[in-house]
Ligand binder design. Sequence first.
Ligand code: SAM
Length: 213
Amino acid sequence: MDFEKARKNMVEYQLKLRGIYDKKILNAFMKVKRHLFVPESIQEYAYEDCALPIGEGQTISQPYIIALMLQILELNENDVVLEVGTGSGYQTALLANIVKFVYSIERNEILMQKAKERLLNLGYNNIFIEIGDGTKGWPEKNISFDKIIVSAAAPKVPEPLFEQLKSTGVMVIPIGSKTYQRLCKIVKLNDGSMQSEDYDGCVFVPLIGEYGW
Ligand code: SAM
């Protein structure tokens, strides 16, 4: 199978045609080999327009939804980003190609170990991965983030995550029920208040934890 051709088609037809224009994001999607982040038995479907199972009852999200979330964040090369829900580590790798540092938390030990090993083998040196309940934020409380991306569905914005967002920082998070959500862009304004804007409808696995489900 010609994975490079499949990757180019994914970028052209699933991302560019649907309004993903940020060059940094498109370049990252061209560079990161999605087929290395899914089980070998389903590698041939890695560049399809859908989410795929990664074991432990979890999924690697649809490429377009990941791209949309990254574009909503308006990422800059000096950003320090918190990702909640490492999953396969695919989105972590995309982020690591765009920003300065990525801090990623995963609650499932098996997925976390696999993603850590995979990203280390691929040579990434700007990623920190921890096991834990990401609804409580990064364990070291003295860090704050320019951007936060939550890759699982929450009933509301987890307070500790909003606290760990820098002033004028941006969070993207699917909010709604366990079966249907809307992508929300959350901005922390200079006075510390929250501004929220709704984007597309989506379906994510639930965010399980103290400030989630
Ligand atoms: N973006 C990921 C990728 O590229 O593979 C897919 C993320 S998957 C849709 C959601 C992940 O969130 C799952 O791996 C799940 O175990 C994790 N998760 C759910 N609740 C969590 C929590 N409270 N803290 C950390 N991870 C959590």
